[in-house]
Design a binder for this molecule. Sequence first.
Ligand SMILES: *Cc1c(COP(=O)(O)O)cnc(C)c1O
Length: 410
Amino acid sequence: MATATAFDVTAIRADFPILGTTVHGKPLVYLDNAATTQKPRQVLQVLADYYESSNANVHRGVHYLSGRASDLFDLARDRIARFIGAADSKEVVFTRNATEGINLVAQSWGRANVAAGDEVLISAMEHHSNIVPWQLLCAEKGASLRVIPMSDAGELDLEAFGRLLGPRTKIVAVTALSNVLGTVNPLADMIQAAHAAGAVVLVDGAQAAYHLPVHVQALDCDFFVLTGHKLYGPTGIGVLYGKAARLEAMPPWQGGGDMISSVTFERSTWNVLPYKFEAGTPNISGAIGLGAAVDYVTSVGMERIQAYEQELLAYGTEALRTVPGLVLVGTAARKASILSFVMDGIHPHDLGTIVDREGVAIRTGHHCAQPVMDRLGIPATARASLAMYNTREEIDALVSALHTARKVFG
Ligand SMILES: *Cc1c(COP(=O)(O)O)cnc(C)c1O
């Protein structure tokens, strides 16, 4: 029986045109959401509308269309600021993606604040995007990269974290949610401990942003990054949140138009936040599209999305356990709807190919987190990652395809 708060997945699915696709004669079952999510009509329409009726460059023009594009662009920033719980829209810097946000912090904040002998602390479950920028910084500065270890289940060792924190720790850069294991990390406690040790904290929110409600002020993180294409928005747009005081104190990263307030051949002065970090023409349509995506998930409700996905996770976990020889990878007590697994005697890549014949899209490989594979002693996993539009029937389709694979490989 439908209630006012019932999660109407059928209605939600109707908003996503691509979900009607047929693959190899079978209905598409899209379970690769941790790589990118599909886009609702509400986002697609806003993108088309923007180019049809508002396209112009922002911030410069006195003409009508430029004013209109600028308004839409500013509104999108306001919506995103509200969505993540920022104190002010100027704390929201548009980037290309989460990766660019992390690189911005590593190169602007990092070069100014990390010196020889200092330490950068990350975790064993980071995406390459939250490893490599810090390796580059450490190599440049003679600093060292330390790693918070994790258990076989995929939970961070918080005692070890406490021991690793010290006077040399300049920054703790940690994911809110593992894209391989689904683990949800206890960020509030970790951030408090890091701050007590005098370290700054960057949260990689690329996965968290579409699975859980996020409130950066409640978390008290110094930096937070997300990527639009995983939050039901367009590709090529992301967000770096930074506390205003931190961003103010940081040197610019890229130079160019929009990020300056004056330029002579002798010197230039910098624009105010957030424009100081937005050199060149921004991804205007992308930002507006991401604003529409944020409106969409807000109208559904992040708490309700989370609750629904938790039901799917519980159902999927049980269902996968019925497949002979299947072992789940990532069994943390607190996790989101990401199901990684391996199967006896079948390489994940072969598994991915077989289930694709059944219309089921999963991802196989190291998921841009090779150190997680090394830690667990496996070359790769298969990963089914669930979003708000997935259903129990789709999980059944996956499980049935895996049974087929089992038969093929014996
Ligand atoms: C996807 C992902 C990233 C990188 O996102 P981009 O859009 O490629 O920048 C970083 N961290 C995590 C946890 C991710 O899942």
